[in-house]
Write a new protein. Sequence first.
Length: 464
Amino acid sequence: MPDSAASRRTAVVIGGGMTGMLAAAVLAEHADVTLVERDVLPDGPHPRKGLPQARHAHVLWSGGVKALEELLPGVVDELVGRGARRSRIMTDLVSKAPSGQWFRRFHHARHISLLCSRDLLDSVVRARVLADRRVSLRQRTEVLSLEGDSGRVSGVRIRTGDTHATLAADLVVDAGGRGSRAPAWLRSLGLPPVAERTVDAGVGYASRIYRAPGTTADGFPIVNVQADPRRNPGRGGIITPIEGGRWLVTLAGTRGGRPSARNEEFVPFALGLPHPVIGELLAGAEPETDVVTTRSTANKRRYYEKAARWPDGFAVLGEAVAGYNPVYGHGLSAAAQSVVALRGVLRRHGLLAPGTSRRIQRAAARPVENAWNLAVGQDVFYPGASDQPPTRLEKNLAAFVDRAVDAGSRNPHALRILLDVMSMEKPPARLLMPDMLALVYLGRKKPPLDGPPLTERERAAATA
């Protein structure tokens, strides 16, 4: 249960990004929270320093949408009121699988995604959290180290300009993202290093915002051409409708086939994808921005939940635990679900119960594991992605997933189950249940589609 007002505790959250904000909202049930951010957070839906991936397409899958709404009730309606859009999967999605099949579209309301720019998403969440008087923000402040010892963390040492200080805390949550220094901090307390794994497909991203062409500003589907990890280089792209009647277009390619930052090469690259539909749709669109690129897209995971020793008073969440290749769109959803797990542990045990931090780490690892398996199950097959080649288990699982995707592209019942997993509402093990196995190996399947299932009305709207 939340700690009473008479026994208010203190907590520190490192990092003012999405994970940090959501964690602060949860911790405010139990403590007065200080959120430490090394940069200055923007006022409104504007780019945030230190978040290059924000310039690229983001899709918040239904598992993440539900987690976000659970943590901040009413926030999804607020986002929609600001221009975000609920998109029904598969009704509002035109998608080509890595293995080449086009998924059929059908009326389906069980799985949705939330479409908007990352700037809008962050700004609405940030405003909601910082309006809570129990949450205070310290900007332009760097965390230098953890205070305490190998048994319990008692706070953090910080620097603001030339001023050093110590913030005491009953719980410190590191939500510092890919640049987290938790491994070094834990070693300085005398704790052994934790296991890590990196799978880097070498993907580079290039993105550009366009004014939606013709009459496509309202209701146009996501258009997604997924890369095939068995082709070298692997190339893909996505058109994501966002607020303001715009398209956020992201193109991707692996080593030897990455998109460039040159404006004049953007559409030609799109036309050279495994299907040219994205390039064809851009022919009638007017760009609003120059191309921006990012190449820091490795999947990297730290297995804190398996640490032999773990101090009370400290937890790590979000991309500080695992960062994923953004192409799969699961990072935000996994982070939100991890914060839901944090909330569950704190409501059951409070901040100070012995072992609470280890419980948090283990509970947060479940959505991390799901997102990791979805990303690495594809990326490990790109040449040079990992020091270790794919294991026999990974190869067998990938072969089965290919068959599941094929079944999903030709059987709506199989696709609904596949979407349970892709939307992060069910773990990947859901694909191995008897009903899905029957659909994969015995179910009736329609013939593959021979092209993207855009309607004539949608094609006409793009050129109107």
